[in-house]
Each structure stands twice: as C-alpha cells, then as structure tokens.
Design a protein around this ligand. Sequence first.
Ligand SMILES: [Zn+2]
Ligand SMILES: [Zn+2]
Length: 380
Amino acid sequence: MNAGQNIDFKEVGHCGGKITFIFRKDGNGQLLSSIKWASQRPNPAALAGVYALDNGLAVCPLFFAGLGQPWSPPPFQGCVPVIIGSDSEGHFGHKCSNCDRYWRSNPYPNFCPYCGVALQISSCLSDAQKTYVGHYVKTLNDATESALSGLAPNEQKEVEIDLDSVADAVASPEKPDFYLSEESQQKKFHCYRCGHFNDVLGRYAYCSTCGVRNDSQIASEEIEEIRNSINNGGSLSTALRSGVALFDSFIRQFVEQILHLVPMTPRRRNQLGKQAFHDLKFVRESFQDCLDITLCRDMSATDITYAEKMFHRRHLHEHKGSIVDQKYINDSGDTNVRIGQELRETREDVHRFLSILSRMFNNAHEQFNSIIPPADIDKP
Ligand SMILES: [Zn+2]
Ligand SMILES: [Zn+2]
C-alpha cells in the first residue's frame, strides 16, 4: 500500500469565525448596513469574496483591497457581496465548471489545474461553497428586510452567521443546517514560477494561479528520489526502469495536454496519441514532426545515442530477465555484449541517464510554454 494514501482525501475543517451583518437606522430612518468578519481561532484563515444574485448564484469575484480601502465594485446594482472563509489550513476548495474536478489552492485561481481552462472564483465554487453562498444571501436578505421594517430611527441590530460551529462540526456526526469543509488531495506543491500553493488529484497539473505546468518540477523531484535510492544501495536495473517509467508518464501527460489544447490534423493526432512512450527515437521524431518540439535540444549525438541504448537496456531488464538477445544487439547497436550475457548497470551509467532525462524534461517543458504561455502573476 502506498504510504501516502493515508493522508489523501482527508476532510479539512472550515477556518471558523463569525460573520456579522450590522444594521442601523440613522435619525432620518435611512437604513445603513455593514459586514464584519472576526475569528478567535488559532488556525490559519483567509478570506475570499464573490458577488452573488438574489437567488444565491455567484456572478463574479469580489476583491478586498485592504484595510480602509473600498471593495471592488459589483458588476451591476443589486448584487450581494459574500465573504467566504478558507479551510483551517488557509486554503480554498474549488471545482472546475468545465471538467467538474476538485482541487485546493489560493482564494482566487485563474486556471483549472486539470483542464487548463481560464476561470474565476465565481465559476469554480465547490458544491459546499455554493450552498453556503445561498445560505449567506438568504440570511442577509431576510435580515435586511426585517431591519427595514422593524428598526426604529437610531436603533441598531446585528445578525450573525456562526462559522465556528461549522468548523467545530468537522469532528462531530451532528452537522449544522449548512456545512462547509474541504478535502485534501494527493499532490501539494508551491509553483516553482509564481510560488502559489496547489493541492491536486494525481500529480501532474497546471498551477491554478499562473497556469504553468508542474511537470518538470515533479519530474526533477522524482529523479532526485531515484538518485537517492541508488546512492543508498538500491537496485540499478530497478532505477533504470523507474527512469523510463517516469519518462513514459511525463510524456504521456504532456501529449494528453497537447492533444486537448492544440488543434492538429488527424494524422498528427493519431501519430502522437497512439504510441507507447518507451521508444525514445520514435518519441523524438514524433515530437519534432508533429509539434516542432526538439526533445533533445542542445544535446550531443553521443548523449542521444547513449540514452536510446539505455531505453533498449530497460526493455531487456523489464521483459527478458536482463539476458542479452539478438534483438537487443540489433536495436541498440551495442557491440560490447554477447548473446546470453546478463546485463549489469553501473551507478555512473544510471546517473548519466537520469541527467539526460532531466534535460529532455526541461526541453519539453520550455517548448510547451512557448506553445501555451503561462500568465504573468505577482508572487505571494
Ligand atoms: Zn477543469
Ligand atoms: Zn504558478
């Protein structure tokens, strides 16, 4: 069992706090109102905002400019400003309106980490947040109506939404009328480019803030793990197999995104989409032909031939019990081995192969960015 499974998909409670609507009638009977959020809890907490219609449907983001500064204006009159609290780790759950998948990140994402579509907080509220926005708008509307008719001049009234009870309910089977919590996913990362947090299903994704892929970031972490394993006496042929498996998963998700986002002819689509990614020569040629991506850019012919040979060696380890056969000699051009010999790797060879993989991943990543450029975003 994967040790990481225990920490995947855990419920993360709400940050808590209290939202207070304050109504006051001035001496002329004019109703004034304001909204206050306060929390006494020790856990992290952050706030986001949306403008919603009377029926509770969120229509656009609401930005808080800072203390004493006015909030961003509503898109049209009659929109209700809604404050949404984070989870108790300071993150927000989101659900893409395009692909329906869930993730956690900062309050105001710009992209879906899975399908890459551009979006705003109002178009990716989670199901629980939608229910909460409906409850919030109804509470505020009812309170406003009752203050309009019930308050005398110079009188004040407060109505509260108690999010502490929502936060406390995470540990209890009894839930309040409306309930809001988030769920941790599988891969948590701070984007190498913009620094923002993401927590996604699987491991490869776009950064939901700046839209850059995390693929080269994830791949270099995994290469580091493979290097550590062989430095600590791990099997060299297993490390070689892991390196090729990483190449396969990296290229597979890369191609999936290209096919999803880039229009291309059926011939190219077929060529790219129907291959296994264990044949480096074929992948290199397809990337060049279909995408104008040079996977081995700035690499010597010696390194490329060497990498191709290592892919063939992986095949022998994986499928032939590491025993050399004629096909291996024909495919790899390796003349230093004899049929029937058991292939043995050296640590230096595997490290060299991992360095070449790293360069290919960086090349693919950089050229992907030139096809699908990420957005310019301020660092947190
Ligand atoms: Zn999506
Ligand atoms: Zn980013």
